[in-house]
Write a protein that binds this ligand. Sequence first.
Ligand code: FMN
Length: 154
Amino acid sequence: MMDRSQFLKRFAAITLLSSTANTLFGQQRIGEGNILIVYLSRTNNTKAVAEMIQKEVGGDLVALTLTNPYPEDYKTIVDQVEKENESGYLPQLATKVKIGNYDTIFIGFPTWGMQLPPPIKAFLNTYDLTGKTIVPFNTNAGSAWGIVLKHSRS
Ligand SMILES: Cc1cc2nc3c(=O)[nH]c(=O)nc-3n(C[C@H](O)[C@H](O)[C@H](O)COP(=O)(O)O)c2cc1C
């Protein structure tokens, strides 16, 4: 019997495989050039998937952290994220990446409030990913990607 964490990891791996397949069947190929695996993880599910990916493809593994970290308490973070999503607030990232060093970027995140977490929106706003191969991967508690891929740079 799979426990919840195993299920989440399996689910995320399947989600990853389907997005990997989409990328491979397109014009781009994963594994050419330098690889960055950047992820946001509060309770380590996404981190575990990021580590699995690194084992498969190599590359640099980078955790996205904030200048002012989120509160530990679940209810408090859910309320804060809801407000941030409503106002469009983008938290300041403590993590700095030399994005020019990478050709393929895996971006991992949990679904938060049916959306991309604000730190991932901040990452997408901070860095110009034009011309790079992007492989999103996601973990969640059942609502799948939600509307997570609907984010445009502001
Ligand atoms: C602020 C917050 C909002 C969340 N919103 C959702 C959601 O809308 N749908 C969902 O399926 N899971 C939601 N979750 C659960 C996480 O997506 C899920 O537990 C994920 O695997 C956590 O990944 P992590 O361990 O890498 O932090 C939420 C978790 C948090 C902390």
